[in-house]
Ligand binder design. Structure first.
Ligand code: FAD
Length: 315
């Protein structure tokens, strides 16, 4: 009787699509029950629970409303997850910033190793995960009788579909919460573009874009396409754009249907973040740039001419 607990990621009103991808991985575990834990507080929590309950494969949604959960702080959530993890065989979250922050803490509190970035399930206790920027695949074996705690690589799974809603039950964790961490404020950039990790289209700029001011070209193209905007690490390190836009080994892993790389050379650390992209389009003035080795469509051109022309040509 394998039981799975999935930790939902949400913003207080809307479930992040990563949760539906974790459920796709759970589908490979031959689990008898898959419960989704929705921790939060506030008016939007019921809507989040309803969205989770409608996802295919979910047996129950566990609603954990608590004032301290109003902001998703890993330090606060981890002891509650541990408290509620009881007899579950698997406790899984998405390999997003949220999951990468939370799940290792849960594993550490349980005294277990974390299984990170599960990209496929070979058996009930055997998983594959990428290492060395995706250039090698590691097989991870978890001993029998040990709870599997970890993250699922969301770029490796397609979101599950819908079902008639599963029941939603209120749960309460009496876990003692740490006093060392508290929510102060959230400052976030403009939210008028899709989220990078769940977007179906992404336009990224690299060092070739030249400056933060020039990045408006990337934003214009992204907006025309309804795409998220990303960047290479060189563009982030040069201060053109904030680091939450970074795509790659030490940034975000994306899996859009369309990825447009503008003024990006195609270093392996950048490619590690776009391995699961559908169609890759590259605009680069250097015909020998390594990005052209992975691009499905390559345009050897000066981006300052090509991008405005593309923006103009698009409806
Ligand atoms: C441990 C480690 C982790 C890393 N993690 C990441 C990561 O997560 N993400 C990441 O991106 N990098 C990462 N890097 C850095 C990576 O190695 C590269 O340095 C970086 O990706 C280069 O960024 P870039 O392609 O924008 O810049 P460059 O390599 O400088 O390439 C710029 C490109 O722009 C082109 N160009 C210039 N002007 C124009 C123009 N006018 N029109 C068209 N094309 C033009 C050039 O031909 C060139 O190909 C990491 C490195 C290390 C060591």
């Amino acid at each position: 009787m394998a039981k799975v607990l999935v930790i939902a990621e949400h913003d207080g009103a809307k479930l992040n699509s990563g949760t539906a991808k974790v459920l796709a991985c759970c589908g490979e575990l031959s689990a008898d029950a898959i419960d989704v834990l929705v921790a939060g507080n506030g008016d939007g929590l019921d809507a989040v629970c309803a969205q989770a309950a409608a996802l295919s494969g979910v047996s129950r949604v566990l609603k954990n409303a608590r004032a301290e959960n109003a902001a998703p702080l890993a330090a606060m959530l981890a002891p509650q997850v541990v408290d509620l993890a009881g007899d579950y065989d698997y406790v899984l979250g998405p390999s997003t910033t949220f999951g990468k922050d939370l799940m290792p803490r849960v594993a550490a509190l349980l005294g277990l190793p974390a299984v990170s970035d599960i990209m496929s399930v070979l058996g009930p206790r055997q998983f594959e995960r990428p290492i060395y920027a995706g250039n090698a695949i590691l097989t991870v074996n978890v001993p029998d009788g040990v709870k599997v705690v970890g993250t699922v690589r969301v770029a490796s799974y397609k979101a599950v579909g819908e079902q008639s809603p599963a029941p939603v039950e209120a749960v309460a964790s009496g876990a003692e919460l740490p006093a060392h961490t508290r929510f102060v404020e959230l400052r976030s950039g403009a939210k008028d573009r899709p989220d990078l990790q769940s977007a179906t289209k992404v336009v990224s700029g690299g060092r070739g874009v030249g400056s933060g001011e020039n990045f408006r070209l990337i934003f214009e193209l992204a907006d025309k396409l309804g795409a998220a905007a990303g960047a290479s690490r060189a563009a982030v390190d040069a201060g053109f754009v904030p680091n939450d836009m970074q795509v790659g080994q030490t940034g975000k892993v994306v899996a859009p249907e369309l990825y447009i790389a503008v003024g990006i050379s195609g270093a392996i650390q950048h490619l590690a973040g776009i391995k699961d992209a559908g169609t890759i389009v590259a605009v680069n003035k250097d015909p020998d740039a390594p990005i052209f080795e992975v691009a499905d469509i390559g345009l050897v051109a000066d981006l300052f001419e090509a991008v405005p022309a593309l923006v103009k040509a698009l409806p």
